[in-house]
Design a protein around this ligand. Sequence first.
Ligand code: ATP
Length: 487
Amino acid sequence: MMASSMDDVAKAIIAVDGAKVSFGAVKALDGVTLRVMPGECVGLVGHNGAGKSTIVSVINGGLTPHHGIVTSDGERQERYGINAARDRGVRCVFQELSLCPNLSIVENTRLVHRTLGGFGWRLRAAKIIEKSLDAVFPGHGIDSGRTVGDLSIAERQMVEIALAFSDAGTPARLVILDEPTSSLDASLARQMLDHVRRFIAAGGSVIFISHILHEILETADRIVVMKDGRVVAERPAHRFDHHGLVEAMGSVAKAETRQRPVCDQPAAPVILSHEAAGIPFTARTGEIIGLAGLAGHGQTELLLALHAARSGNWLPQGNPLVTFVAGDRRLNGVFELWSILRNFSIASLGDMSRRGLVLEAGEKTRGTAWKERIEIRTPDLNNRILSLSGGNQQKVLFARALATRAPIVLMDDPMRGVDVGTKQEVYAIIREEAAAGRTFIWYSTEMDEVCLCDRVYVFREGRITAELGGDAVDEANIISASFEGTA
Ligand SMILES: Nc1ncnc2c1ncn2[C@@H]1O[C@H](COP(=O)(O)OP(=O)(O)OP(=O)(O)O)[C@@H](O)[C@H]1O
């Protein structure tokens, strides 16, 4: 080891050296070395399945590597686990939200901070979480007495983030944020990124994982790129640009194309309409319609209402009229005990069976074709769905919906956690299918995606306040309509 490298290990809050982790035949980590210094934000990027969440589990003490050394503040950790990590000030916001849905925010705060017992703990817990919510998301409007199960996915993500930064005696020193903004709209994401910079300026450390590269480029001090279980590039953030990062991520990341499809179909028949609050909603055959506005302002409710209204409608040959890509994959999307293949094929079993029996060869052929088309990374489609990384699970849900013959596809922020390369692939598929007559209704918290749509409805406080079409679909118009509700 070089002298500077030894110095780094001594100063690092956490240093992992040569970590190897395998799951069966899959080498999730193949000799990863990562150090986090006080007062720095390390950006961690890489394709879906690159190993980012796995190295986070090692640092968080949730997973002991088969090989490798963990050092903290210069001390080699022989028995490093979740409790040791917590005692050293390591906090983690997981990709899959981890709060107990049947408990209130205050009760969840008590669970996270084990020392928060004794007389009057409710009041103290409420103060702790409220202080942190106010610091990270000023003006959040979340009452800490609410039950977590009643919160929107964005609100749950906000509470998880605030909990990670909260202080009940042992202050957070290293906060790991694994795709923290995936359910947040641009203004909430901004608040969180600003808080990260304040935390760093005060001497804290952050590991920040995101597929939204501009967030990484503007927030991280140093960027580490992973590919297939290895670190393949590592530089100060100012020495990367967007293109350089995409290139470093490797073959999966293809060049981005940002042009919006031109769908000039005022004459196409209306396939769906709904009397929404505010401007009425309509969708025509072959249109890609975006639902925009701040997170949780009624977009998911419209998708659910459209689904409820038309889910009983079947086309000839037993195909449904609408299909749905759920936003909250753990709650509404994934069948956790099933294989990847069965999770994929469940929505189109009608097309894969004869006289009530599923034709296994046909199911496998279709599954394999989709696996290759959007690069679902697994050695075997018969593995359990939970063996996939988060982004790869999301790809399965997407493939499940697209593999049906439903002419209307409802999508509730479907690209959550999907890597940049696959996103381009999926945008191309959506465009192709829309050109062939499929209608897409697409809620997204990412402005770039909303701007790919032919027509956009902007939501504010449960109402549709603006409808933008053609050249009017741009960031400035969407932001102005989100805040002022100008049509
Ligand atoms: N419990 C498990 N069982 C089997 N394989 C697993 C398990 N957990 C992770 N893997 C595999 O390890 C590899 C690394 O996964 P990991 O979750 O670290 O990727 P990631 O970089 O975080 O991806 P994403 O961007 O999709 O979140 C993947 O190939 C994944 O399928």
